[in-house]
Design a binder for this molecule. Structure first.
Ligand code: ZN
Length: 319
């Protein structure tokens, strides 16, 4: 779509969305510490969200689909052959929260810039470019029966579940054995049709503990990390001079991550997601479990906005 082109409107239909114009950002990768440039570009209907490694001799496209996730140890990494992009979850979360269906993300290194450690810079980039509707119905993955994955036992138990729901609702609970984190809210609920992603979730920053950061640095990780892009916690307190952005910023960041991890399925979900101590690995396992059961989901569109879940036509309104 050209800059400033009129939005093609199909009366009543919930339509796919992309950007109106191009948006750029420059930053550093959290783990590599490497400088990286991002260019967000409009993409045609049914493209989905596609990373493009434009620094390679031949640009390589990496589409956002669950099976392209190849590493989930510290962040969600997607690969196509030898080309990879690490830490995709925050920008994917912003795309999920603002209802962006189609987007090219040109990137000049193998890690998405961390920016301020939250999704709010990506929200700003996407909104500044403008969000427009496209001449194709939005396709949703509707969960039709519960699917669950579990790991560990006792104090190590973690699980994540998807259940049928006419909308997209998430409940996330953490249980950190750390007194600073456990003194904040441990459970958060978010409903995309009712609540505000950019106000309530997007600003929550990633976090790290000083002891772990030292260890990670010794392994050549978290090289780009610091107090301007993470909450840093020692044994007794938050070290950032400004404190927390939300009283329950830790669990809200885990919710932000989960929204990004789940959006790697390639289409917006209609489901209720509930998770206890889940992370990138378990979130991806949940997607694969869902996709492995063809009877557990269907792809749907809404020919009448009035049939869509309440609030969905208004999510980050496109104009
Ligand atoms: Zn994160």
């Amino acid at each position: 779509m050209r800059d400033g082109a009129a939005t093609p409107k199909i009366p009543g239909v919930l339509q796919q969305r992309t950007l109106r114009s191009i948006s750029h950002a420059v930053g550093v990768g959290l783990h590599s510490g490497q400088r990286v440039e991002l260019t967000l570009r409009p993409a045609p209907p049914d493209t989905g969200i596609v990373f493009r490694r434009v620094d390679l001799p031949e640009p390589v496209e990496i589409p956002m689909e669950a099976e392209f996730v190849t590493d989930t140890r510290l962040a969600s990494t997607v690969s196509n052959g030898n080309a990879k992009v690490q830490t995709v979850e925050h920008i994917m979360s912003a795309c999920a929260g603002l209802g962006i269906d189609n987007l090219y993300i040109d990137i000049t290194a193998d890690e998405v810039p961390i920016l301020d450690g939250s999704a709010s810079s990506f929200v700003f980039l996407l909104q500044s470019a403008g969000i427009v509707q496209q001449k194709a119905p939005r396709r949703f993955i509707r969960v039709t029966r519960p699917v669950e994955v579990r790991e560990g036992e006792g104090a190590n138990l973690k699980w994540a579940r998807l259940e049928p729901y006419h909308g997209f609702k998430l409940v996330f609970e953490i249980d950190f054995a750390h007194r600073v984190v456990s003194s904040t809210g441990q459970r958060v609920e978010f409903d995309l049709g009712r609540d505000s992603y950019s106000r309530d979730i997007a600003r929550a920053r990633t976090f790290g503990f000083t002891k772990e950061v030292e260890y990670m640095r010794s392994k050549g990780l978290a090289l780009g990390g610091g107090m301007d892009n993470a909450i840093v916690v020692d044994d007794t307190k938050v070290l950032n001079s400004g404190g927390l952005r939300y009283d329950d910023e830790f669990v809200k960041h885990k919710m932000l991550d989960a929204m990004g991890d789940l959006y790697i399925i390639g289409k917006p979900l209609l489901a209720a997601y509930t998770a206890f101590r889940s992370g990138h690995a378990l979130n991806n396992k949940l997607l694969r479990e869902l996709l492995a059961h063809r009877d557990a989901y269907e792809v749907v569109t809404f020919d009448r906005e009035s049939d869509a879940p309440e609030g969905f036509a208004e999510v980050a309104r496109a104009w």
